[in-house]
Design a protein around this ligand. Structure first.
Ligand code: FES
Length: 292
């Protein structure tokens, strides 16, 4: 195995592959960081919990039998996904075991496509197919350059002590990044249940108001002649924050086009989910609208 040189790993690639490598490396690290700094990702009481996300895919995914097993070990899966994202991103940027990292990124993208974005129609609105193709292109580019240097194996040479040290370094950096992310988690102070969301004067009949629910979720309250009702604005597909669209009278998710009907119990009426929005209990008390 040739001696490792960080700059040579970049110089030996064509510009097109460097652009893809930089983008994918940064994006995968960012993906890991997003999970590491999300206080709810590994918290089973949170709506962001990895287990809740996996459960949401069960109804539509062609690999639901495998996902069912993952739900049973959701926290472990969450750690695995987070550390893998860090490791793949770091290895990609540093050019350490680049082919394996690209294959790892490709595999993750395929699994995400078969689970998280399988029901996104048309397919090009889901990002995972594009990521899978980018990882495949990067893998082929690295393979081509390795072949020209007569390197046939894509497995790192574990007899080379320096190579082993570099791999351990990537693993250690991933663990450090995951724990560092935990230090940056932010827990917003949440209003108490029973605290006023709005006064009746602020929210006349026909109006809506976004608010933060007592459990911390983004939510929206509606006031109609019949009274008040509210929903969490967390999309039941992959957890993006949806917004009320007054033109269509639907709560729409900007990520993959899900739409929910607030006048029909928050039912999903379009997009890749069939699960209704969560209801938040609210009531009129005196001159205020409160969460109960
Ligand atoms: S998160 Fe995918 S449609 Fe909302």
């Amino acid at each position: 195995m040739a001696n490792y040189s960080f700059s040579r790993t970049w110089q030996s690639q064509p510009m097109s592959a460097r652009v893809i490598r930089l983008f994918l490396g940064i994006t995968w690290i960012y993906g890991g960081w997003n999970k590491a700094t999300d206080a709810g990702f590994l918290n089973s009481a949170s709506p962001h919990y990895i287990g809740e996300q996996l459960k949401g895919y069960l109804t539509t995914s062609p690999i639901h039998a495998i996902l069912q097993h993952m739900v049973e070990h959701a926290s472990l899966m969450g750690w695995g996904v987070m550390l893998s994202e860090f490791a793949i991103g770091i290895a990609t940027l540093l050019g350490i075991a680049g082919e394996l990292a690209a294959l790892g990124g490709f595999s993750m993208s395929i699994i995400l496509w078969l689970s998280a974005t399988w029901s996104v129609k048309p397919y090009f609105l889901g990002s995972d197919t594009a990521y899978a193709i980018l990882w495949l292109a990067l893998f082929l580019s690295i393979r081509q350059s390795a072949r020209s240097r007569r390197i046939t194996s894509i497995i790192p040479n574990l007899k080379d002590r320096r190579e082993v040290v570099r791999l351990i370094g990537v693993g250690a950096a991933s663990v450090v990044a995951a724990f560092a992310g935990k230090k940056f988690t932010t827990t917003n102070p949440t209003p108490e249940a029973g605290a006023a969301i709005a006064t009746l004067a602020d929210l006349p009949v026909g109006a809506t108001k976004n608010f933060q629910a007592a459990d911390g979720r983004a939510a929206i309250v509606f006031r109609t002649k019949a009274g008040v009702f509210a929903y969490a604005r967390i999309c039941t597909h992959q957890g993006c924050v949806a917004d009320y669209d007054s033109a269509s009278h639907l709560i729409k998710c900007p990520c993959h086009g899900a739409a929910f009907d607030p006048t029909n119990g928050g039912a999903a009426v379009a997009g890749p989910t069939q699960i209704a929005l969560d209801k938040i209990k609210v009531a009129i008390k005196g001159n205020n609208i409160v969460q109960i």
